[in-house]
Design a protein around this ligand. Sequence first.
Ligand SMILES: [Fe+2]
Length: 136
Amino acid sequence: MVNQDKSSDSKTGKSSIQIIDEGHSKLSEIHNRVKSFAQNGASKNDLTEIFFALSYFFEDHLIKEELYLKSKGYPTLEEHKASHADFIKGIEHLKDSYAKDVECSLNELDTFIGEWLKNHNLKYNKEVVDFLNQKK
Ligand SMILES: [Fe+2]
């Protein structure tokens, strides 16, 4: 049985698994920037920068995380990868329409990133953390 304290810290949201925590904090940082732009206003360039940061996040974090999980023999990797793919697809979709209305795109991004982060953390990352902690 996994020690509950190890699987996540409810106060900080930290999991004790570095690759998971790094990804979570990177995406939370981008999400905070989106929220602040949505509240205070932003230019098309600001939005371009956000999409650039998100693309970097896919390559720098999501792909690395998948390779790491594969190296650990993670059993439900395909489901985890599907959740990542849904995120990339959703962002690409928003990117295609962003030139029309910056404010609307920011609000959609805010909702989409917030919901994905919550769902990915509660279900997919929790399973990863439990699995990796059992291997320790
Ligand atoms: Fe993930």
